[in-house]
Design a protein around this ligand. Structure first.
Ligand SMILES: *Cc1c(COP(=O)(O)O)cnc(C)c1O
Length: 488
């Protein structure tokens, strides 16, 4: 492009006001403030100006600049964090927000979010109260613990326990339990961050009581047991049960106390991860230990997530000895990692549902989805299939097939949950195209899963009231989404 042409192209760029007059942008005027729309247009024009200067790209008209600006403006109108429909069959799907809340929990959140609340107000004493009180009695009732505290998530809970009781001391952990859970949570890193000296014992597959015993010097203040969550050792393996760690710690503490009344005590702490409050019959031998079993097994402290198998909001709950929990409440991290009122409301009402296990199984979506009979899931899959069969131009057969669902969230990794899915046998890459449309082309994305050339929509994680929406989304792909496929 010659210099003259370049100048001509730049000069030909329309003004912000001219672009704003385009019908596609005028249509957005009632939805967004003028200033915001004008900013979008300005950014589009700036980008075009740069492209002309750098690449000698010819000027583009008002209409295409308006379209570009409209896409920018639409981003302001669509919430980034929004609902999706989970047809993946993964119940505690971390990328999709883990556990949906029970209706009671949702109501409690709305109630405290709308107005003022008793967050830190003791109405009986008519003075300042503690936000910890809202859930503590429930956790104690449900687990047999003496005391409890809840913080931002279980990663925060582990961090806080290590920091308070193992900073500057040794913490003994089995090499078979030096786990990583999704991305940035790795036991050795959390140890380093909390200033605890990690004392690794045993081997990857076998760690015996003697390994722990041999590693305890005067400086060791904790025996840490970590639930391996998302992986399992199978075959030639051995791990040390909690009750044996308890006996070992009792012996060590007796010796230490005899030698020096002020000696650092040795604590037994378990990071349980998933946090089952109920032993679900449907998991059979795969069932995770419950928090109550840990307490009974003799831990001084145990921590677990609020939004995994518990089925509540994101939180980390620490339960155990009252004197230790009291120290945690005073740790500055308790302030930094504390829960807000909405989470506390959701957690309190979720925990309250557990007072009657039958109510918990019925009302808490995560528990209901995990424990639903396969036959009942099949009926829902059939209802979805019936709707899909009515779609004109669906380029494949619709079939209900037995499949395997997953608990997810690092829980019960070996447990195959029998489920039923609707299978759309879309050949020639169409399954992928359909999946892309359902995820990227919809305001409410529908997340299924691909298996070879088929798209599976698992009914276990679908609510009855979502079936129609899923069918509408697939119908929309047939009617409009596929036009996009042909353009390519
Ligand atoms: C999931 C998990 C964590 C982290 O819990 P978040 O609530 O996700 O922070 C820590 N430890 C174990 C064993 C886990 O399974």
């Amino acid at each position: 492009m010659t210099t003259n042409n370049l100048h001509d192209a730049l000069r030909a760029l329309p003004s912000v006001e001219e672009v704003l007059q385009q019908p596609s942008l005028k249509a957005l005027a009632p939805l967004l403030p003028h200033r915001v729309l004008a900013d979008c247009v300005r950014t589009s024009i700036d980008e075009q100006r740069r492209a002309i200067r750098e690449g000698g790209i010819a000027e583009s008209g008002c209409a295409s600049l308006a379209e570009n600006a409209r896409c920018r403006a639409l981003v302001h109108l669509t919430p980034s964090l929004r609902r999706v429909i989970n047809a993946s069959g993964v119940v505690v799907h971390t990328n999709l927000g883990r556990s949906p809340l029970a209706p009671e929990a949702v109501d409690a959140v709305v109630d405290v979010a709308r107005g003022y609340s008793t967050l830190e107000y003791d109405t009986a004493a008519q003075r300042r109260g503690s936000r910890h009180d809202h859930i503590e009695h429930l956790v104690c009732t449900l687990t047999g613990a003496e005391a409890a505290i809840a913080v931002n998530n279980n990663a925060a809970a582990v961090m806080m326990v290590l920091r308070e009781f193992a900073a500057g001391h040794g913490a003994v952990v089995s090499r078979g339990e030096l786990i990583e859970i999704g991305g940035s949570f790795r036991i050795p890193d959390i140890m380093a961050l909390s200033d605890a000296r990690m004392v690794e014992v045993g081997t990857t597959n076998k760690t015996r009581l003697a390994d722990y015993a041999g590693a305890i010097d005067d400086d060791v203040s904790m025996l840490l047991k970590v639930h391996p969550s998302n992986y399992r050792l199978i075959g030639f393996t051995e791990s040390t049960p909690l009750s044996e760690l308890r006996s070992l710690a009792d012996e060590v503490n007796a010796e230490r106390a005899a030698a020096d009344a002020d000696a650092t005590p040795l604590l037994v702490y378990e990071d349980q991860g998933s946090g089952s409050l109920l032993r679900l019959a449907c998991f059979g031998a795969h069932a995770e230990p419950t928090v109550a079993e840990s307490i009974k097994g003799g831990v001084d402290l145990v921590s677990f997530s609020g939004d995994k198998l518990l089925g509540g909001p994101q939180a980390g709950i620490i339960a155990g000895r009252a004197d230790l929990i009291a120290r945690l409440k005073k740790n500055p991290l308790a302030r930094a990692l504390r829960l807000d009122k909405m989470t506390l409301a959701a957690l309190e009402s979720t925990l309250r549902l557990y007072l009657d296990p039958e109510v918990a199984l019925r009302e808490i979506p995560t528990l209901r989805m995990l424990s639903e009979e396969a036959e009942s899931v099949r009926r829902r899959a059939e209802q979805l299939a019936e709707r899909l069969e009515k779609i004109e131009d669906l380029p494949c057969a619709v079939e209900v097939v037995p499949e395997v669902a997953r608990a997810g969230g690092g829980a019960l990794p070996m447990c195959d949950i029998p489920t039923y899915a609707v299978k759309l046998d879309l050949a020639d890459g169409l399954a992928q195209a359909c999946e892309t449309y359902l995820i990227s082309g919809r305001t409410v994305p529908v997340i299924g899963r691909l298996k070879q050339d088929a798209l599976l929509l698992d009914a276990r994680t679908l609510r009855p009231d979502e079936l129609e929406e899923v069918a509408e989304a697939v119908a929309a792909w047939c009617a409009e989404g596929r036009k996009g496929d042909h353009r390519e």
